[in-house]
Ligand binder design. Structure first.
Ligand code: PMP
Length: 428
C-alpha cells in the first residue's frame, strides 16, 4: 500500500476513535534501535518508544532471536497446559519484585492486568470499594475506565459505583494551594477524610501509578505513597501499584517505580516495557493474596509462549546490560539538559519525572501557569518536522512526555535536545 492508501484505509475501515497524533497521521514503516522511519523514508529519533513500551530498542536482535526460535517450537496451547516460557518468566519476575510479590497472572495488556488486580483486591478483602487517584489512567475496559481519574479518557456513559477519587500529588498545581514540604503532604493525608466521608469505611484498596503517565508524568514527593498505603491498610485495603509505565528499570536504578518511595505494594501490575512491543500484561501478588482469586478464570492468550519468551529476553537484557543504571545516568543527563532548555524557553513551566521518564509542562506564563495547549500542539508538529518523536499528556494536554528506549546514550540525548530546542525556537 502507498502512504496515501494506508491513511485512506485507516480512515475508512478503522473506528474513528482510533487515536492518532497529528491531523494527518504519521505513517511509520519500520524501526531499529532508537530510530524509526516513515513511509517517505525519513528517519526519526524515537524519544517516546511507542508509549514507554520500547525498553530495549526497536526490533532488538536478542529478543527477536528468542521469539523466532519460539515461534518455530510452540506458539499456543492456552494456559490449561503448562509451558516452560510462562513458568520461566514467572520465576524470573519473582526474583525481581519487592517483598513477597511472588506469583504472577499473565494477560495481554495493562488494562487486563488492572482488571485482574481490582478483582483480586475485591476477592481478598471482601469489599468492592476502590480508591483511584485523580489524573490517573489505568486502561480502556469498563472497569479500567472507571478507575481512571481523567475525564477525557472515559469514553461513553460511565458506571462507577464503589469508586472514589483521591487527590494526586500534583505539586505544580497543588489542589490545596500549598507548597511542599510545608504542606505536610496534605493531599495524602486527605485520604483518611475521603474514606471516612465517602465509603463504608472498609475498602478493597487503592490503585496508583508511582508516576502518573498519561496524567503528564506527575511525580509525588517522597512521603506520599507511604502515607497513602498506611491509611488504606488501616481501613482493611490493599495498595496496588500500577507499574505499566514505571516498571522494568524505566525510572532508574530500581526495577519498579514504587521502590523509590520505599513502599511494598500488595499487588503490582505491569505491561508495556515488559514485552518491548509484544503484547503482555501481568498482575503480581503475594501468595496469600493470589490464592483468594477463586472460581474459574482464564485468559486464552495470557502467558502465551511467544509473549512470555519475549518478556524473559527483555528482562535478561535489562539485567545484563544494566539498563536501569543507564536509565538513571542517561536520564539524569536528559533531565539536566531539559532544565537548561527551561532556562532558555519561558514556555517550559516545569520539568519532572525520574530516569528516562521525563515530562515537560508547558504554560502560557510561569506566574498564571495557564496550560499552553495550542503551543504544545505546535511543538508536537515542529518536533515531527525536526524528526524527533515525543509524546503528549496531562489533564490539559500540555505536557510533553519523553521516554526513549533505555539503552540510549548521552550522544542521543544531545541530538534530541538540539532538535527539541530547534522546535521550541521555531515557535517564536
Ligand atoms: N496503566 C497505565 C499506567 C497505562 O499507562 C496504560 C496505558 N497507557 C494502561 C494501564 C493500559 O494499558 P494497555 O493500553 O496495555 O491496556
Amino acid at each position: 500500500m502507498t502512504k496515501d492508501e494506508i491513511i485512506l484505509a485507516s480512515r475508512e475501515y478503522l473506528f474513528p476513535s482510533v487515536f492518532h497524533y497529528f491531523s494527518e497521521p504519521l505513517v511509520i514503516e519500520r524501526a531499529k534501535d532508537q530510530f524509526v522511519w516513515d513511509a517517505d523514508g525519513n528517519e526519526y529519533l524515537d524519544f517516546f518508544g511507542g508509549i514507554l513500551t520500547i525498553s530495549v530498542g526497536h526490533s532488538n536482535e536478542h529478543v527477536n532471536a528468542a521469539v523466532h526460535a519460539q515461534v518455530d517450537k510452540l506458539q499456543h496451547v492456552s494456559t490449561v497446559f503448562a509451558t516452560e516460557p510462562q513458568a520461566a518468566l514467572a520465576k524470573k519476575i519473582a526474583t525481581l519484585t519487592p517483598g513477597n510479590l511472588r506469583q504472577s497472572f499473565f494477560t495481554n495488556s495493562g488494562t487486563e492486568a488492572n482488571e485482574t488486580a481490582i478483582t483480586l483486591a475485591r476477592c481478598f478483602t471482601g469489599s468492592s470499594e476502590i480508591i483511584a487517584l485523580r489524573h490517573s489512567y489505568h486502561g480502556r475496559s469498563a472497569l479500567a475506565m472507571a478507575i481512571t481519574g481523567n475525564a477525557a479518557w472515559k469514553t461513553g456513559p460511565q458506571m462507577q459505583p464503589g469508586i472514589v477519587y483521591a487527590h494526586n500529588a500534583y505539586c505544580y498545581r497543588c489542589p490545596f494551594g500549598l507548597s511542599y514540604p510545608d504542606c505536610g503532604v496534605r493531599c495524602a493525608q486527605d485520604l483518611e477524610e475521603l474514606i471516612r466521608t465517602t465509603t463504608s469505611g472498609r475498602v478493597a484498596g487503592v490503585i496508583a501509578e508511582p508516576i502518573q503517565g498519561v496524567g503528564g508524568f506527575i511525580t509525588p514527593p517522597k512521603e506520599y505513597f507511604k502515607i497513602v498505603a498506611d491509611i488504606v491498610r488501616q481501613h482493611g485495603g490493599l495498595f496496588i501499584s500500577d507499574e505499566v509505565q514505571t516498571g522494568w528499570g524505566r525510572t532508574g536504578n530500581k526495577w519498579f517505580g514504587i521502590e523509590h518511595w520505599d513502599v511494598t505494594p500488595d499487588i503490582m501490575t505491569s505491561a508495556k516495557g515488559l514485552g518491548n512491543g509484544f503484547p503482555i500484561g501481568v498482575t503480581i501478588a503475594r501468595p496469600e493474596v493470589a490464592e483468594s482469586l477463586k472460581g474459574l478464570t482464564i485468559s486464552t492468550f495470557g502467558g502465551n509462549p511467544i509473549s512470555t519468551t519475549a518478556a524473559k529476553a527483555v528482562i535478561d537484557l535489562i539485567e545484563e546490560q544494566k539498563l536501569a543504571t543507564n536509565a538513571a545516568d542517561t536520564g539524569g543527563y536528559l533531565r539536566a539538559s531539559l532544565e537548561e532548555l527551561q532556562r532558555k524557553h519561558s514556555l517550559i513551566g516545569e520539568v519532572r519525572g525520574m530516569g528516562l521518564m521525563q515530562g515537560v509542562e508547558l504554560v502560557e506564563d510561569r506566574k498564571s501557569k495557564t496550560p499552553a495547549v495550542k503551543q504544545t500542539l505546535r511543538i508536537m508538529e515542529a518536533a515531527r518536522d525536526n524528526r524527533i518523536l515525543i509524546g503528549r499528556g496531562g489533564l490539559y494536554g500540555n505536557v510533553i512526555r519523553i521516554s526513549p528506549p533505555m539503552n540510549i546514550q548521552k550522544s542521543d540525548v544531545d541530538e534530541f535536545i538540539r532538535r527539541l530546542d530547534a522546535s521550541f525556537g521555531s515557535l517564536q
